[in-house]
Every structure is written in C-alpha cells, then in structure tokens.
Design a protein around this ligand. Structure first.
Ligand SMILES: [Zn+2]
Length: 321
C-alpha cells in the first residue's frame, strides 16, 4: 500500500456518553468509524489525539454567562430539551474534547493540506444558547482559535450537513474573517433559519444530480469571491436518503461524489481543508458508518496515490445496504 499520511483526529471520549435508552443520538458511530478505518489499513502514525479545550478558550466564542450555566447545569428544563442531551460531566468533557479536535484539525490542515476529525459539526450552538445536540460550536471555536494564531487568515466554513449551520452563521454574522456557507434542506431543522454569507436551501427529495450541481455552483462562487486561505468542511451524512432526519434522497455514491467534489476543489486550488464528520442519524449503525466512511475514501482518492480501501463494492450504489 502506498504510504498514507492523512491526519485523523480522534478520541475514544467521543463515544463515551451515557444516554437514555432509545435516545436517537448515535453515540457509537465515532468509535465504529475509527474501527472501520483501522480495519482498512489506517496507520498508527495517522492518529492524532485532541486535547480538551479550556473554558477560557471557549469564551472566545460563547458568552461567559452561557458557559457558567453549562458548567453549573443551571438551565431551565426547556433549555435542555432544546439541546437534546441530559447534562453530565461526561457531556462537558466530550464537548470540550470535540471542540479541541476540530481546532487541532484546522491547525494541522494549515500545514498538511488535509486533516479529518472523527467528530465535530456542532453547528446549532449559538453564542448564548445551544440546540439540536450542540452545546458549544466547535466549528466557530476552531476558527477563533486559529485566528488568534493567524489573524490575517480568511477562513471559509463549508457546511453540507442537511441542517443549516445557523449557530455558525450568527456567530460570524459581522466577522469578515470567516465566510459561512450552508447547503441544507429548506424544510429541515432549524425551522427558523439564520443568515449565512451564502445559503443554498434545497427542497425535500433533492437527488444526487441537482445536489452536486448546487455544490459545484457554491464552490465556484467561493473560489471567485472569497478566495479562502483554508476551508473548514462539515461533511454531515444526514443528506443520505436513508437518514432518519434528513429530507434529501442522496445515494451512497452521491455522498462519495460530494466529498470528492469538495476535496478535489480544495486540492486543485491549493486550499488546505479540515473536515469534520458532522451529523448522521440512523439506527442502522453499520449503514451510518458506511456513509461517514465515504469522506475517508474520498480523501484517499484525492490526496494519496493509493486507492486505499480496496472494498470496491463501496463504489457501487447497487451495493447500498
Ligand atoms: Zn445535521
């Protein structure tokens, strides 16, 4: 096998969260995606362990009053319902570690062209409130942390999760250093949308062809008008037709083509990219992980000489499970 060098950022903490039985959040998918990569030849030297951020770092992005409430578990019940997780120390540790992971991915990508974070995409967290399984916005936090080190960078957040990146949009509403682009289901959560720098709302039932065309148009626009120094890519797989929350009809091959389109664009334009795996909601975890694995496959196709994963069955939509 050709030597591979794509950095993978992962912590076992990502799947360590006690949730009520039948909770819809697929907490095991992080570990399973890690295991999937290991079983297909990911090398020990690729794995980078994130460090949990401090609350002081988080305060660059979220308000001090919100952070105090998070730490002390002093929300109203309705606020926790909006977030969708029960409070626990585990949850706080996991959120800080995941934000550390996206931050690390963005920092590593600046030097190594690509990095993939096996978590992240908590884009519904706003400055003062959380929602939709998102306590703190790792995407926004990572951008702020990178900008502390490199204040002149122009960052583009390309969010292709089926849900709009509303928290990220509002956090960077008045910040010209970060361009926010969200391609999402117009009828999917959040039902009250925020204003990104570029929003591409798509209708229920969107299929591969029209989706990939919309993505290509957005990338062309970003290349022309934004000229980012680095891209933070949310590769949520809840656009997949089998997703239990998403409204699109994107095939497994469509997921792969989306990731190929984004990563090829970044490589051709010499724009470093840090990808996070984002959302994806299926009770069938094997199928869910196979969806997320398309990002890893695409990364190998674009960034190495290796075809890497020799599982050719994955290339064919007929073999969807
Ligand atoms: Zn989502």
């Amino acid at each position: 096998m050709t030597k591979v060098n794509i950095p993978f950022i992962y912590s076992p903490i990502y799947s360590q969260l006690s949730l009520p039985e039948r909770h819809r959040y697929p907490i095991e998918k992080y570990r399973l995606l890690h295991d999937w990569a290991v079983s297909r030849g990911a090398h020990a030297s690729q794995w980078k362990a994130p460090v949990a951020l401090t609350w002081e770092q988080v305060e660059q992005t979220h308000s001090a009053s919100y952070i105090e409430k998070l730490k002390a578990n002093s929300f109203e019940k309705a606020e926790w319902r909006r977030i969708g997780f029960p409070w626990s120390e585990q949850l706080l540790t996991r959120s800080l570690t995941s934000a550390g992971g996206t931050t690390l991915a963005l920092q590593i990508a600046l030097d190594s062209s690509i990095a993939i974070h096996f978590s992240g995409g908590y884009h519904h967290a706003h400055q003062d409130w959380g929602s939709g399984f998102c306590l703190i916005n790792d995407l926004a936090i990572a951008c702020h942390q990178l900008l502390l080190q490199h204040p002149n960078l122009k960052i583009a957040v390309l969010d292709t999760d089926v849900h709009q990146g509303d928290g990220t949009a509002t956090i960077f509403k008045n910040d010209p250093r970060v361009f926010t682009c969200s391609i999402h289901g117009e009828k999917n959560f959040p039902f009250s949308k925020s204003l990104s720098d570029l929003d591409v709302p798509l209708p229920k039932g969107t299929t591969d062809k029209s989706y990939l065309q919309a993505l290509q148009n957005a990338l062309t626009s970003i290349a022309r008008s934004v000229k980012p120094d680095i891209i933070l890519y949310d590769a949520g797989v809840d656009i997949y037709t089998k997703d239990e929350l998403g409204h699109f009809h994107i095939s497994l091959n469509g997921l792969f083509q989306r990731d190929m389109t984004v990563l090829s664009f970044c490589r051709q334009n010499s724009i470093p990219v840090a990808a996070v795996i984002g959302g994806g909601y299926q009770r069938n975890l094997e199928r869910l992980v196979r969806g997320h694995a398309q990002l890893l496959r695409a990364a190998y196709y674009v960034y190495t000489e290796s075809q890497y994963l020799p599982d050719t069955a994955l290339r064919s939509p007929e073999n969807e499970i």
